[in-house]
Ligand binder design. Structure first.
Ligand SMILES: Nc1nc2c(ncn2[C@@H]2O[C@H](COP(=O)(O)OP(=O)(O)OP(=O)(O)O)[C@@H](O)[C@H]2O)c(=O)[nH]1
Ligand SMILES: [Mg+2]
Length: 345
């Protein structure tokens, strides 16, 4: 399945049906009176977040969505049918903007969450509505109101518990493949991963979602390499998993390069809880691990884990640590902060 995280879509709601002018005509009943029904309402355009989608690719193939019009009212007080709604199914984490790309209309983060993007035009009143003591045979009905149209931009920011960041070739995809059923492409050249991938990890019987993000290099925020275009997908990860290739020259420098790109991107990425791990331990001697760890520790100001995505060394410990930080971070969202708790009037 192809990946697409931005789409421009034209939507239009249905026109309301016209009200009807009609009079009751029945044998033996004189002056039957006005009996024209109202028109139906035009169809509504709604967006709904659904599980099981993780791309906006469908909107590359269809970009116009028009709801049907309401039907006209009819004689004998019959109401016209409402136009059926048009439902845009989008992946969790989709934000809907106006055409300018800045005015946020809706942010659909949980399954089943929906937003009405356009209301259909109201159906017009039939002549039965206009009868009064002074006009008992009104000969007019209202037309339906027209529907409205809008060009919207959909922007997907994948929702994952943890996002894997690092330089190209750090082994991010290898790690994702080792701990989940996801099968990302893995190769010894940089920029193997061209778009984010999700995988579900089972850590001690509980699941969390891990996102593999394309590699970052120095200048990514200026568009170098694949750029920082995919960092938007990390914005909604609770925790960062920062992988560093232990076979490189200087693990500390590699760490700082990626952190600088995260900082340049902004959006609070550098403030997220982070787990740092030196990868490819299977390919390193004890002395080399020690050297790299010293460099990395100095740069990260914390003790990194040592893992091998290939041999599995250190991976269970890593998942446990990740699980713990994810739990803490998700509790942090709901629990009042220490500062709030300490505040006394
Ligand atoms: N020896 C060893 N090699 C590894 C390990 N993890 C990854 N590799 C190798 O490193 C290379 C790059 O791995 P990927 O998983 O494609 O790296 P990536 O970080 O996803 O790279 P990009 O998608 O280009 O950003 C591949 O040749 C892997 O086989 C490891 O733990 N040990
Ligand atoms: Mg990759």
């Amino acid at each position: 399945m192809k990946f697409l995280d931005e789409a421009k879509v034209y939507i239009r709601s249905g026109d309301g049906g016209n009200g009807c002018v009609s009079f009751r005509r029945e044998k033996f009943i004189e002056y039957g009176g006005p009996k024209g029904g109202d028109g139906g309402n035009g169809g509504v355009v709604v967006a709904v977040a659904v599980n099981g989608l993780n791309t906006l690719i469908d909107y590359r193939y269809q970009q116009h969505f028009t709801a049907k019009n309401g039907r006209g009212g009819m004689g004998k007080d019959r109401h016209g049918a409402n136009g059926p709604d048009v439902v845009l199914k989008v992946p969790l984490g989709t934000q809907i903007y106006e055409e300018d790309g800045e005015t946020l209309l809706a942010d659909l983060a949980t399954a089943g969450e929906s937003a009405v993007l356009l209301r259909g035009g109201n159906g017009g009143f039939g002549n039965a509505r206009f009868k009064s003591s002074t006009n008992r045979a009104p000969r007019h009905a209202n037309p339906g109101q027209p529907g409205t149209e809008l060009t919207i931009r959909l922007r997907l920011k994948l929702i994952a518990d943890a996002g894997i960041v690092g330089l190209p070739n750090a082994g991010k995809s290898t790690f994702l493949a080792a701990v989940s059923a996801a099968r990302p492409k893995i190769a010894e050249y940089p920029f193997t991963t061209l778009h984010p991938q999700l995988g579900v990890v089972d850590a001690d019987g509980r699941e969390f979602v891990l996102a593999d993000i394309p590699g970052l290099i120095e200048g990514a925020h200026e568009g170098i390499g694949l750029g920082d275009r995919f960092l938007g997908h990390v914005e909604r990860c609770r925790v960062l998993l920062h992988l560093i290739d232990g076979t490189g020259d200087d693990a500390g420098a590699a760490y700082r390069t990626v952190r600088a790109e995260l900082a340049a991107y902004g959006e609070g990425l550098v403030d997220k809880p982070e787990i740092v791990a030196l990868n490819k331990s299977d390919a390193l001697g004890a002395d080399e691990i020690k050297r790299q760890m010293t460099l990395l520790k100095r740069a990260a100001k914390k003790t990194p884990l040592v893992i091998s995505a290939v041999s599995g060394e250190g991976v269970p410990e890593m998942l446990r640590a990740l699980r713990k930080v994810i739990d803490q971070a998700s509790r942090g969202v709901d629990a009042p902060s220490a500062a709030d708790a300490a505040w006394q009037p």
